[in-house]
Design a protein around this ligand. Structure first.
Ligand SMILES: [Fe+2]
Ligand SMILES: [Fe+2]
Length: 302
């Protein structure tokens, strides 16, 4: 049995002080947004308690699907690097970037540099190559495939995209890992489902993503971005492929969005095929008590 944990949208706080130069950019809107919406409701206390509970489950691997920071300032990227080190060894934690990690032009390049160890595929690590998306990490019978939908956008926009270069490589990886009989997990920040996010926050390339999954197959898709606990299904060649989102790992109880949670997937190869059971553990009160709040049998023998 392989135990995979999923957390997302860390939005590490507090924000460092901004220089005037840093404010004169898209960051001014993000800063105002953070001051009015996130400051106070997305606190480190919640995140610390949640991750302590996660570690007590001793997962084999942790998937982090983006938005580790808020405005992609150098100081934030460095703080996030330190936080990742506390979460687990780089070979046991896989990260894909979110729109907040690529907040302004040039930021994604820095993000890749700071978080390289957590975003390097097996091949890139073995051959000492730079990070390339989608990356592939194989742990036991599980193939972890990290797609980057992150890009800098205009103010008030938070779209992401999947372009043909990544799509082509994603199709190849899915085919290869499918032939090897692995349990394929795709990690992507933006939801690859129509209507899951409002238009100005959506993924551009949903049709392309779903076409690839329909043709080449996958067993599980993990995403973040909406800060909601949702399950969608998209068509695969052998039936429905579950698409799962988890609330922000920093969201305090009683805010507009659901409180912080993480998901645990128990993945097992049975005689009948793959079995995948999901358990969600989350904050249930203002004292930051963590409990199992939801369970779902996603796959049973396929
Ligand atoms: Fe987010
Ligand atoms: Fe996001």
């Amino acid at each position: 049995m392989f135990l995979l944990a999923h957390i997302s949208d860390i939005h590490l706080s507090p924000l460092p002080a901004l220089t005037l130069r840093e404010l004169i950019s898209k960051r001014i809107t993000g800063y105002i947004n953070w001051r009015s919406n996130r400051k106070g409701t997305m606190t480190g206390g919640t995140l610390d308690v949640l991750t302590a509970d996660l570690k007590m489950q001793h997962p084999d691997h942790i998937a982090v699907t983006g938005d580790l920071v808020n405005l992609a300032l150098d100081e934030e990227l460095e703080t996030a690097q330190r936080w990742l080190k506390t979460l687990g060894r780089a070979e046991d934690v896989s990260v894909v970037p979110g729109n907040h990690d690529a907040y302004v032009p040039g930021a994604l390049k820095k993000t890749r540099r700071y978080w390289e160890a957590w975003m390097r595929g097996d091949k890139e690590l073995a051959e000492n190559l730079p990070v390339e998306f989608p990356y592939l990490r194989i742990r036991g019978d599980v193939a972890l495939i990290g797609v980057s939908s992150a890009r800098a956008t205009a103010p008030f926009m938070a779209t992401g995209d999947l372009r043909s270069k990544q799509a082509k490589k994603l199709a190849e990886i899915l085919t290869e890992t499918g032939q090897r009989g692995l349990f394929r997990v795709i990690m992507i920040h933006h939801p690859p489902v129509r209507g899951a996010a409002p238009s100005h926050k959506r993924l551009l390339g949903i049709g392309l993503f779903q076409r690839i999954v329909r043709q080449h197959g996958a067993e599980l898709v993990l995403h973040g971005h909406t800060h909601l606990a949702t399950r969608y299904d998209i068509h695969g060649p052998n039936g429905a492929v579950p698409v799962i989102c988890v609330p922000s790992a920093s969201q305090s109880f009683g805010a507009q969005k659901p409180p912080a949670a993480y998901n645990l997937f128990s993945i097992e190869k049975t005689n009948a095929g793959w079995s995948c059971h999901m358990k969600q553990r989350g904050v249930v009160d203002t004292q930051i008590t963590i409990q199992t709040v939801h369970e779902d049998q996603l796959l049973s023998g396929r």
